[in-house]
Each structure stands twice: as structure tokens, then as C-alpha cells.
Write a protein that binds this ligand. Structure first.
Ligand code: BTN
Length: 250
């Protein structure tokens, strides 16, 4: 894959597709993908969310896209850095360009406005043996959708600002932020974690966590560079992986 193109210079626009992440995966396996290529769709018939969930989105109302990145040469240990860079890009694009209050990152990769989810990210990686060859960053931002049946914790830019949002403007803002944070990922990626932790939802707050059938109280201290959540329980610092534990929100 060529590494030179800025992210978002090539955009494949689709009116309907199963999932932009799946489309990107097919392009990669056919050898048709290039670094920085973006696939955007008006509607997904099988949009994918975290943990095998479905990502529902009304047609043309929201931003649904996938970014293809060449990751050859990066150590697989840096996987969570890419996650941090994706979260920060989306958060930055939203905070800088819209009057949205209280934007944060809910571990591991949801973007929140106040106590509601505004955007989600699904990263899929390709490996050859142990080598990380490329990544697909799937981004879903709720833009102009007003009603979220069955999801009482979802919101959109429209709902938060009371304004109809121009999709093309948002796309430009997003690519500017992605290129900015991709550069940081490339050069001085430790700082991504400072930024990520500064924006962490519920940081230093005492909340309830659920680990299987066990519920416990702890203070969310931060996220490690491996992507583990660090929780202070009584006087001990405990670390947990995604899938192992959930934040319980009232
Ligand atoms: C989450 O569960 O929060 C992650 C949601 C990611 C949704 C986006 S929409 C564009 C891309 N294509 C997909 O099928 N999923 C991601």
C-alpha cells in the first residue's frame, strides 16, 4: 500500500452498503486499497458496532465512514495508540467546530456529549503472521438524526445544538483532525495518552463497575497505553481489559 496520501484525499461514496468496514476489508483483500482511502455510505444494511452489536442509523442522517490505514512498520503493541488517535480525532473535530459542551471519551472508544453517546468507533486490524499490515477505522457520528428509539443514551449533533448540520463541512473537519492526530501517532505518540486521559469520561469519579455478575465501586483513574482501564478499588489499583468490565451508568 502507498503511504503518502493524506487521509481523505480519496473518498468512495456509496448510497447503500452492508457495512463500510466490510467494504474496506474487501478492497484490502482484493489488493485495491490505498493508505488514507475513505469509504462513506448514506446507509448501511448491516452496520457493525462494538462487541458484535449492530450499528443502526437512519438513511442520510449520520456520518458513516471507514478509513483505511497502512500500519506496516508499527508494532502491534501500538494498537491502542491507534484507538486513542481515532477517538481524539473525532472528539477534536466535534469540539472545535460545533458548540457542543462536555465532549469526552468513554473508554474504550465512544465519544460522549454530556452523558450521551454521540459517536462510536470500530477498528478492525489485519495481520500477516505477527505483523500488523493495516487497520480499518470505522466511524459513526450521529449528526442529524433526532430520534433514537430503544437507545436512551444516544444523541446527535443536531439534538445537542438545535441546528441542522451540513455533512460536507463535518467531513472536512473530521479529515483535518484525523490527519493532525495521525501525525502525532506517527511521531510522538506517547502524548496521545495524555490527551486521551485528559478527555476520559468519568475520570477520577467514583462509579459502579460490573464484572460478570459482580458489581463493585471504584474510582476510574485512567487508561494505560495497552488500553487497560485502571480503577482504584479501596486502596488497590486494578486493571481490566475491554470485554472484561463495564461502566455502570445511572
Ligand atoms: C460502536 O459500537 O460504538 C462502534 C460503532 C461503529 C459504527 C461505524 S459506522 C461506519 C463503520 N461501518 C460499520 O459497519 N461500523 C462503523
Amino acid at each position: 500500500m502507498l503511504k503518502k496520501m493524506p487521509i481523505g484525499d480519496t473518498i468512495i461514496e456509496l448510497s447503500e452498503i452492508d457495512s463500510t468496514n466490510n467494504y474496506a476489508m474487501r478492497l484490502i483483500s482484493e489488493g485495491m486499497a490505498e493508505h488514507g482511502m475513505v469509504i462513506r455510505a448514506d446507509f448501511q444494511t448491516d452496520g457493525k458496532g462494538q462487541l458484535g452489536n449492530t450499528w443502526h442509523s437512519e438513511e442520510r442522517k449520520n456520518l458513516l465512514l471507514s478509513v483505511i490505514l497502512d500500519t506496516t512498520g508499527f508494532s502491534l503493541e501500538k494498537q491502542f495508540y491507534l484507538n486513542a488517535m481515532a477517538c481524539l480525532s473525532v472528539a477534536d473535530a466535534l469540539m472545535t467546530n460545533y458548540t457542543l459542551r462536555d465532549i469526552s471519551i468513554k473508554w474504550p472508544n465512544d465519544i460522549y456529549a454530556g452523558n450521551k453517546k454521540l459517536a462510536g468507533i470500530l477498528i478492525e486490524n489485519n495481520l500477516r503472521g505477527n505483523a500488523w499490515t493495516n487497520a480499518i477505522i470505522g466511524i459513526g457520528i450521529n449528526v442529524n438524526q433526532v430520534n433514537f428509539p430503544d437507545l436512551n443514551r444516544a444523541t446527535s449533533i443536531r439534538n445537542e445544538t438545535n441546528q441542522e448540520i451540513k455533512m460536507n463541512g463535518l467531513i472536512k473537519h473530521l479529515f483535518r483532525s484525523i490527519n493532525k492526530f495521525y501525525d502525532i501517532f506517527n511521531h510522538k505518540n506517547e502524548s496521545l495518552f495524555e490527551f486521551y486521559n485528559q478527555m476520559l469520561y468519568m475520570r477520577n469519579k467514583e462509579i459502579l463497575f460490573q464484572k460478570r455478575y459482580e458489581i463493585f465501586r471504584g474510582i476510574l483513574k485512567g487508561v494505560s497505553t495497552e488500553g487497560l482501564i485502571e480503577i482504584q478499588v479501596e486502596n488497590k489499583l486494578k486493571r481490566f481489559m475491554h470485554k472484561e468490565i463495564e461502566l455502570m451508568l445511572e
